[in-house]
Design a protein around this ligand. Structure first.
Ligand code: DAH
Length: 344
């Protein structure tokens, strides 16, 4: 081998042996083998060689390059291993510590129950339109036949929006009824799920934001019997069993007659607990036959078109199904809540 090459090889091997760590080794590697490195620099001597000697010189430089390349990689591997072993000894590695775990997301119980309800109704031919959360005073109250004196109109109950017009965060999903009547040609049946808002003092059973599903069926011949049948089907699908229910008369300005459908409390099975306010029953589903005034606001003739409607509180339903005794957990944002319940 060319003298110069031998020198460089010896020099490189010595530098490798002396490099204290991986970084120093990489620096040396660049110094010898980089584009402007010492070994590459040997090629500059080619023009000064006799033409017949050039080919073998070039070949030898390449062989040296490959040899040193391999030696550097091996040295880096050894340094890396050595520093790992040193860290294990000195830093006290504890192999029993848990590893880093990737958190997995989960469907929130509210979304899950809402999707189930949508599936049940869609399979019965219902449509699922979407209506605004920022609603006009007209649709939220007027169109739902809610008189100016009704307590739901109280400033205390409602988040009013600033700006032009009388807008508010809808206090219920009922405004969708008149919107749907104006949007779809009767007969039709629809559910509209969504968030609703009330200016409430928050406690174990009240939230300022909660979820409802409104149901509406408009047809020529609609009876309370139709309504009850649909509600029973819904509850059986949701709770996966026949539910104990009772019906009481209930007053809502937008229905006549109106009912409160109660179910036996599933948290305490009727024994009494904070969720059912110690009565053993939970108001689950207010419902009724749509009031003629509401039908008229929808642009339909109440002599021809009738309807039934219900308003289902989703948060309540989630609490019942999973035995949750504090509504604040539902929107509390603790990831463990959703992750735990999604497996049930
Ligand atoms: N909108 C009522 C509320 O939020 C619930 C309701 C009651 C809806 C009776 C209905 C109904 O459709 O028929 O309190």
């Amino acid at each position: 081998m060319h003298d110069k090459m031998n020198e460089l090889k010896t020099e490189a091997l010595a530098a490798m042996a002396q490099a204290p760590d991986e970084t120093a080794l990489r620096d040396q590697q660049v110094r010898f083998l980089g584009k402007k490195g010492l070994v590459t620099g040997l090629m500059k001597e080619l023009p000064s060689l006799a033409p017949e000697a050039r080919a073998s010189f070039g070949k030898e430089v390449n062989e040296l390059k490959q040899e040193l390349e391999a030696a550097f990689e091996e040295a880096v591997r050894q340094r890396h291993h050595a520093s790992l072993m040193k860290a294990l000894e000195t830093e006290g590695f504890d192999p029993t510590l848990p590893g880093l775990r990737q958190e997995q997301g989960a469907i929130h119980p509210l979304s899950k129950i809402q999707e189930e309800i949508e599936d049940v109704f869609v399979s019965m031919g219902f449509i699922v339109p979407d209506y605004p959360e920022a609603e006009s005073e007209f649709f939220n109250f007027e169109a739902a036949n809610i008189p100016a004196t009704h307590p739901a109109r109280d400033m205390q109950d409602t988040f009013w929006l600033e700006g032009p017009g009388s807008y508010l965060l809808r206090t219920h999903t009922t405004p969708g009824q008149v919107r749907a009547m104006r949007e779809f040609k009767p007969p039709f049946k629809a559910i509209f799920p969504g968030k609703v808002y009330r200016y409430e003092a928050v406690d174990a059973s009240h939230e300022h934001t909660f979820h409802q599903v409104e149901g509406l069926l408009i047809d020529r011949d609609v009876s309370v019997a139709n309504l009850i049948h649909s509600m029973k089907t819904l509850l059986r699908e949701i709770f996966k069993r026949d539910m104990t229910i009772r019906l009481r008369p209930g007053y809502f300005p937008f229905v006549e007659p109106g009912f409160e459908l109660d179910i036996r409390c599933t948290v305490c099975e009727g024994a009494g607990c904070p969720v059912c306010k110690h009565s053993g029953w939970v108001e689950l589903l207010p419902c009724g036959l749509v009031h003629p005034a509401v039908i008229r606001h929808g642009g339909l003739d109440p002599e021809v078109w009738k309807g039934w409607a219900f308003g289902l509180g989703l948060s309540r339903l989630v609490m019942m199904r999973y035995g949750i005794n504090d509504i604040r957990q539902i929107l509390g944002g603790d990831l463990r809540f959703a992750a735990q319940l999604s497996r049930i």
